[in-house]
Design a binder for this molecule. Structure first.
Ligand SMILES: Nc1ncnc2c1ncn2[C@@H]1O[C@H](COP(=O)(O)OP(=O)(O)O)[C@@H](O)[C@H]1O
Ligand SMILES: [Mg+2]
Length: 245
């Protein structure tokens, strides 16, 4: 059965798009994956295809039909991309009844039975469109870049997830620096605060992850023999287990 997850945090730069890209790649080793980019900044779209076109906009405006997806350079990964044009659609969409909004969001996420896993990338600020798309997903996972404010902000993030009527699947640490004693202490706080919602996998801060994206490859393709190159594989396995996918 198809499973859908969204990657969300209201902080920019914590690694949402990086996680979506690398998780999609790892899932694609065993599954047919659909990436849905809802961020008008198009970072994830541009990673996968040269010229993103906003098909999402048409469907948001209720122009019927099956949603258009585009195959990427990876056989098992397709995408619904986002461009800045998506921001125009948000205003019109907001005029629809809540029922219609939910039905459209559900169609975007769940109508494509060709895929095993749908993974949604989000902008930092929720809008009426992203809120309904998150609500249509089975689970939401949250990347956290450690910092006192980031940890204090987690309850706000889980509140937003709940207000979208979505299920919080868990949070994971990204950009972890094991040589930084502050990060080690904050990781302890994170584990205590999150309990069983803390994923065991921690993604290290690494040039492998940072540079791979610049070269338009995933961390595993770039340096799969390193810990950083393998980290998203572990995370994908853990998420798969949590969602029963
Ligand atoms: N684990 C990591 N190690 C090093 N750099 C990272 C890591 N994760 C993300 N980055 C870098 O941090 C920046 C922000 O990441 P991004 O995925 O775009 O965040 P978001 O989508 O949440 O705004 C990018 O330059 C990315 O390459
Ligand atoms: Mg992003």
């Amino acid at each position: 059965m198809m499973k859908s997850i969204a990657i969300y945090n209201n902080k920019g730069g914590c690694g949402k798009s990086t996680s979506v890209i690398n998780l999609a790649y790892e899932f694609a080793a065993h599954s047919k994956v659909l990436v849905i980019d809802t961020d008008g900044q198009s970072n994830t779209s541009r990673f996968f295809i040269d010229e993103p076109k906003t098909y999402l906009e048409d469907i948001l405006l209720g122009k019927g039909g099956k949603i258009n997806t585009e195959i990427t350079r990876y056989d098992n990964i397709s995408i619904v991309s986002a461009t800045a044009a998506i921001n125009n659609a948000v205003g019109i969409f907001s005029g629809f009844s809540d029922e219609k909004q939910s039905a459209i969001a559900d169609k975007i996420v769940n109508s494509n039975s060709d895929f095993d896993i749908v993974i949604v990338d989000l902008p930092p600020a929720m809008n009426v469109v992203t809120a309904h798309i998150v609500g249509a997903c089975d689970f939401v996972f949250v990347p956290v870049e450690l910092g006192t404010f980031a940890i204090q902000g987690i309850p706000k993030v889980t509140d937003v997830i709940a207000s979208c009527k979505a299920r919080f699947g868990g949070a994971f640490i990204n950009k972890f620096d094991k040589k930084n004693s502050a990060d080690v202490a904050l990781m302890q706080m994170f584990s205590e605060l999150m309990g069983d919602k803390a994923l065991a996998t921690t993604i290290p801060y690494s040039k492998v992850i940072k540079n791979s994206i610049s070269f338009k490859t995933t961390a595993r393709e770039y340096m799969g023999w390193t810990n950083a190159g393998k980290a998203f594989g572990q995370l994908a396995d853990e998420i798969r287990e949590r969602i029963g996918g």
